[in-house]
Ligand binder design. Sequence first.
Ligand SMILES: C[S@@+](CC[C@H](N)C(=O)[O-])C[C@H]1O[C@@H](n2cnc3c(N)ncnc32)[C@H](O)[C@@H]1O
Length: 246
Amino acid sequence: MYDVYWADWYLPSALPALENLFFSRLKRGTAVLDVCCGSGHVTSELIARGYVVTGVDSSARLIEIARRRLPEATFTVQDVRTLKMERCFEAAISTFDSLNHILELDGLRGAFAAIHETLFEDALFVFDMNLEEAYLSDLSQWHAHVQTDNVGLVRGTYDGRQKMARTELIWFVKSDRGDLWQRHRSVVEQRCYTEAEITAALTQAGFYNIGSMPAMQAGAAAELGYGRMFFSATASGRVQDRRLCA
Ligand SMILES: C[S@@+](CC[C@H](N)C(=O)[O-])C[C@H]1O[C@@H](n2cnc3c(N)ncnc32)[C@H](O)[C@@H]1O
């Protein structure tokens, strides 16, 4: 569902921001880790830019699609909170608010520490996350996306005390058998963190030179922009964190 109906729209809207914050700062041939790469929509752009790309995601089914689609990249199924790579990278990226899928602050800290440990000193790390503003708009009404062979219904709820957002998706796909439509349902949970929590977690993991920029200011299109923040940070050479990439 994610691959076919959801993933497409992010990259065209985010491209100018990614160009400003990431692509323009890296030369071809750079070894890039695509964290939470999904089925490879952004990964394919990284490959097109001439980077040597490794993608990691906890979904085996999305990685299977990515492997089929992009045989020139390397992929691994892992949870980013406990990520362990056998090589080091010169840059890392994580797109489409993937890190909001980590539901506890300790998990986010673990993810940043694990990413830091796979990076060479001075490597660039860029990612985008939704801040609370993104979840406060009223999404509780069903929204329909209607196409010839599929109909999707989406609604979201946000619990401001727990900082938890839930997106419920129901979609119908026309089957090959006459007028039958197959119904699917999925619930996606996200946690919202403050900018201060994210910055502190990056610092604790060993990153420095930490910057943040609202998505639209970074160049993203308006439909992607609301409440979304791009972060960039540089990996330090902090020795205690570096078993592999020292
Ligand atoms: C919104 S998708 C973004 C995919 C891709 N970055 C893109 O831009 O198309 C979020 C991805 O994060 C992955 N994910 C969520 N939690 C994860 C975790 N703890 N470790 C690794 N991947 C995770 C999901 O499986 C999903 O593929």
